[in-house]
Structure formats: structure tokens, C-alpha cells
Design a protein around this ligand. Structure first.
Ligand SMILES: [Zn+2]
Ligand SMILES: [Zn+2]
Length: 131
């Protein structure tokens, strides 16, 4: 009888993304518990807490933002389209850089005020701030 079995499990199997329909390959070593698509960064609302698979929602989680932590670690902010649950998700080494960049750019270009105005203000502060 073996008593060494552990109940914690990480998803290491490839899966098909419900948003874009592409296959998400097994995570590279060092990436554990990835649950978002590397192509479109969408995820699925299956956890109450990371990895527990206890949520019955199963809604598609859409990437709504990026969170750069102090350690320069980058996380995607996901929001469930069904129930509005918000969660952060560490990005993986093989995530699509173009999609990540688009997400970051969208945050700037879809501000409620023109990014140009803010950038010009910043520039003015930098150049004309000293008397
Ligand atoms: Zn996808
Ligand atoms: Zn949900």
C-alpha cells in the first residue's frame, strides 16, 4: 500500500482554448499551473483559489490588464465574462508577446482621455520643471 500519493495536481496536459480554439501545449518546465491560453491569453473560471478547481462558474476569463509587480514580475489580470470575478495570473515564458503588447497598448490607447495629452504633460514636467 502506497501512502505517498499527493492530492495537489498541476495542469500539465495540453488543452484546447475555448476562446480561440487553438491547442495550448503543456507548460515548459518552470511554469506550473498555467491555466490561460498562450495564444489569446484567455482563461477559464474554474478555481476559487489557485489550482483548487472548485468554482462551478466555468465562464471565460478575458484578459483586461497587466500588473507589473515590484519584482518586475508580470501578471495578467483576468475578469470572468460570466460573473465578473477578477484574478491575476502570472504570465508564462511562452505566452504570445504580441498579444501581451496589444493588451498593454490597449490600456494606454483606450484611456478616457487622450494619451497624447498625458504624455505631453509628462514631457513638460520633465523639461520645464526646473526654474
Ligand atoms: Zn486562446
Ligand atoms: Zn465566473
Amino acid at each position: 500500500m502506497s501512502r505517498q500519493r499527493k492530492t495537489i495536481h498541476f495542469d500539465t496536459n495540453p488543452f484546447i482554448c475555448e476562446h480561440c480554439g487553438l491547442t495550448v501545449p503543456s507548460p515548459l518546465s518552470g511554469t506550473k499551473n498555467r491555466n490561460h491560453c498562450i495564444h489569446c491569453l484567455h482563461s477559464r473560471h474554474v478555481d476559487m483559489k489557485i489550482g483548487d478547481r472548485r468554482s462551478g462558474c466555468r465562464g471565460i476569463m478575458e484578459p483586461i490588464g497587466l500588473w507589473i509587480k515590484e519584482s518586475k514580475e508580470c501578471a495578467v489580470i483576468h475578469r470572468c465574462q460570466k460573473c465578473g470575478f477578477i484574478r491575476t495570473n502570472r504570465i508564462a515564458g511562452d505566452d504570445n508577446e504580441v498579444v501581451l503588447f496589444t493588451l498593454a497598448a490597449r490600456l494606454i490607447t483606450q484611456l478616457p482621455f487622450p494619451a497624447k495629452v498625458a504624455l505631453e504633460k509628462i514631457e513638460r514636467q520633465q523639461t520645464g520643471g526646473t526654474r
